[in-house]
Design a protein around this ligand. Structure first.
Ligand code: PEP
Length: 247
């Protein structure tokens, strides 16, 4: 099946619910109809409820989910809670969480297991750090992140999964990876996926790392790039909208 391109906004810990509401009011005044691109907003948890009354041309995602399935888990948010907000997507394994909050390949695999059996589509973030890239460890790192993330699930042919390839050194730096590097690493990811799947689910690949209105059209045309995961350039209505219009 040919899927639309996907443009995901990761707002991180930006925008309280008043600011989120303001963004939503502005963006929904624009023409969001598109046959070629799905727009997804991942606000912080406290703004999820704003989307319930929103226009069907915007999909909703969360930035994380708990793998604990006991209610005795203070401060955690379950897959069921995200489902009740009509979340279609959830990000897992973002490098900022791996770096600052002890997210490991093991905890990512537990989250993947929780999500995989729900209606929600995971957006699995993977990517190498600068020293790993320089040490020519990119393939090893990506292979480990992907293999481990899927190690606890039984594949279903009808399930969609998005993998966001985000070189850590390109996130928030203004320095996106180059054309050839993205092309080569997307190819590596395809190879890793093909090696581990006997019973394929539907995998789509996003690129993330300093995507903006000036580099979006070049990157989206690289082989195997099905969309973007966007941080900084998703915070401002006009820049995010300009990227969307190029997809
Ligand atoms: C991100 O944090 O996932 C990201 C891609 O950020 P930025 O677009 O700001 O590099």
């Amino acid at each position: 099946m040919i899927r639309k391109k996907i443009c995901v906004a990761n707002w991180k810990m930006n925008k309280n619910f008043i600011e989120s509401n303001d963004f939503l009011k502005k963006i929904t005044q624009k023409d969001l109809s598109s046959n070629s691109c799905e727009l997804v907003i991942c606000p912080s948890y406290d703004s999820l409820f704003l989307f319930n009354k929103l226009n069907p041309q915007l999909s909703l995602g969360a930035q994380d989910v708990s793998y604990l399935n006991s209610p005795s888990s203070t401060g955690e948010i379950s897959v069921d809670m995200l489902t009740s907000h009509n979340c279609k997507y959830v990000i897992i394994g973002h490098s900022e969480r791996r770096e600052s909050l002890n997210e490991t390949n093991e905890s990512v695999s537990l989250k993947m297991k929780e999500i995989y059996n729900s209606q929600i589509i995971p957006i699995l973030c993977i990517g190498e750090k600068l020293d790993e890239k320089l040490g020519k460890l990119t393939y090893k790192v990506l292979e480990k992140q992907i293999t481990k993330a899927f190690s606890k699930i039984n594949f279903k042919s009808e399930k969609d999964v998005l993998i966001a390839y985000e070189p850590v050194w390109a996130i928030g730096t203004g320095q996106a990876a180059g054309h050839n590097e993205i092309k080569q690493n997307m190819k590596l990811i395809k190879k890793i996926i093909n090696n581990i799947y006997t019973n394929n689910c539907n995998i789509y690949l996003l690129y993330g790392g300093s995507v903006n209105e000036n580099n979006a059209s070049e990157i989206i045309n690289i082989d195997n790039v099905d969309g973007f995961l966007i941080g900084s350039a998703s915070l401002e209505v006009n820049s995010f909208y300009k990227i969307f219009k190029q997809l």
